[in-house]
Design a protein around this ligand. Structure first.
Ligand code: DSN
Length: 482
């Protein structure tokens, strides 16, 4: 059964929900219908989004939202947790099994939360614990103010090495506006200026020089597989903890596309993730850890998290069970087939695709080089004809993180909807038509100087109406939640 098509029971569920909302909260019902229209009638190429099953959505909308459960299963600070204890421990076990990990922690509300818990778990083990051992007191509340200050100071300015934002790293990987950069002394590594891919020898050189406590891999916008065995070797050489943020490609790991040296779970001490991208679950996060870090990760509440969201944990369990089924492997393989086909079509139509292709669900296009546009203009122009995707900074981007020179395309959602490789030629051709017919508009600055806008654009009206028709036709072939 395809996630994007509804069976009779699912239809009845949605109908029931809508008629209930009609009575109790008509505006919510109206927004639901508008969002359905939006998701249904546009070609969703946002790399971090997907379409979850109605079972995932239904599990989220349950009475579990009413239960507080601070602590961990069977060790809570609230009464009445007998049922959520079973729910949460089954969810963690399904997650652990799905990825073949030593330990899984399913409480993080998001990927950013998961990263914060992971950072502090590492700091707890590597910076705090040795001091607590030395003092001979494990209970923080019993420490003297002076000892507690010593602990806090030991945790600050530890070294983190991660992929830089422009090379595809995430904000929570040490971007200055994020708390990660304010906690850690951060040094970033970039992709190679020649290939736009990771250069492991360069990373090793930088790591030997910087000697990070945490070597972090993972990305928000990088189209290639990562050799985690090689990163493990580098981490071991410098005594670093290897942390991987697999938020984007968790579905490809679960579905067996990334195996062997490309499977982070086999090599990293700690792996963080979201549940809603290629993994196709509810919006949320989780952490996998090797046994030596598990006791520290488990203290995520109250370290970072307050009450875990048991209704989302219920939906995570539904999603993990879906991903444990054989057809999820097919889904994951199809994502990469589609992604490769789209990259190849764009290249064959003369569009500049970073690294010349892809190994995962992401395709990065340099719209500045190919069309003389900013990413912001390309994003808006494509949205105006029914393609939804993000602008994205590219390595060494001259247009900064707001305007950018690139767009990021992701195939997780369209693959769920049923699109296949042979559709990619038409999608690439519409993208080429639209961007090739878009020009930066003129704009006048406050001082009266006329120049080219980085935001405003003009799209040829003939191309616009042709593209809209072609997108509508593509969408007709793969109805969503029909
Ligand atoms: N916003 C997500 C992404 O687009 O990669 C990650 O936070």
């Amino acid at each position: 059964m395809s996630v994007s098509k509804l069976n009779e029971r699912e239809k009845r569920y949605v109908d029931g929900l809508l008629s209930l909302l009609e009575e109790t909260s008509p505006s919510v019902r109206q927004f639901y219908l508008e969002e359905l229209e939006n998701q249904r009638n546009t070609l969703k190429l946002i790399a971090s989004e997907n379409y979850s099953s109605v079972s995932v959505q239904a599990a989220m909308g349950t009475l579990f939202t009413d239960k507080y459960a601070e602590g961990v299963p069977f060790h809570r600070f609230y009464a009445g947790c007998e049922v959520v204890d079973k729910l949460e421990s089954e969810c963690a076990e399904a997650c652990r099994r799905l990825f073949g990990a030593d330990f899984a922690y399913v409480q993080p509300h998001s990927g950013a939360d998961a990263n914060l818990v992971a950072y502090w778990a590492i700091l707890s083990q590597r910076a705090m614990d040795p001091i607590l051992e030395e003092i001979g007191e494990k209970n923080m509340s019993k420490l003297t103010p002076a000892d507690f200050t010593r602990i806090r100071e030991a945790c600050h300015n530890q070294r983190l090495m991660s992929l830089d934002y422009y090379s595809g790293g995430h904000l929570t990987h040490g971007y200055r506006m994020n708390v990660s950069a304010q906690m850690f002394d951060v040094r970033t590594y970039s992709v190679s200026e020649k290939t736009f891919m990771l250069d492991y020898d360069d990373i090793e050189k930088a790591a030997l020089e910087f000697k990070p406590l945490v070597l972090l891999a993972g990305y928000s916008a990088y189209p290639r597989a990562i050799n985690f065995r090689r990163l493990r070797e580098i981490a071991d050489k410098v005594g670093a903890v290897l942390m991987v943020d697999m938020a984007h490609f968790a579905g490809l790991v679960a579905g067996g596309v990334f195996s062997g040296d490309e499977n982070p779970v086999a090599f990293a001490d700690i792996v963080t993730s979201t549940t809603h991208k290629t993994l196709r679950g509810p919006r949320g996060g989780f952490i996998l850890a090797k046994s030596h870090l598990a006791p520290f990760v488990e203290k995520g509440c109250p370290l970072v998290i307050g009450g875990p969201l048991e209704h989302v944990i219920a939906a995570k369990l539904v999603a993990f069970k879906e991903a444990l089924k054989d057809d999820f492997k097919t889904y994951a393989a199809n994502i990469v087939r589609n992604s490769r086909a789209l990259a190849a079509e764009l290249v064959s139509q003369g569009v500049s695709v970073l690294t010349g292709g892809t190994d995962n669900h992401i395709v990065l296009v340099d719209v500045n080089k190919s069309f003389g546009l900013t990413g912001r203009q390309a994003e808006s122009s494509l949205r105006s004809i029914g393609i939804t995707l993000n602008r994205n900074a590219l390595p060494f981007d001259v247009n900064g993180p707001w305007y950018t020179s690139g767009i990021r395309l992701g195939l997780g959602a369209l693959t769920t909807r049923g699109f296949v490789e042979s559709d990619m030629k038409e999608i690439a051709s519409v993208i080429k038509l639209v961007l090739g017919s878009t020009r930066p508009a003129k704009s006048t600055s406050k001082d009266g100087v006329v120049g080219l806008s980085k935001t405003l654009f003009e799209l040829d009206s003939k191309a616009e109406s042709e593209a809209k028709g072609r997108i509508a036709k593509l969408l007709e072939g793969y109805p969503l939640y029909s």
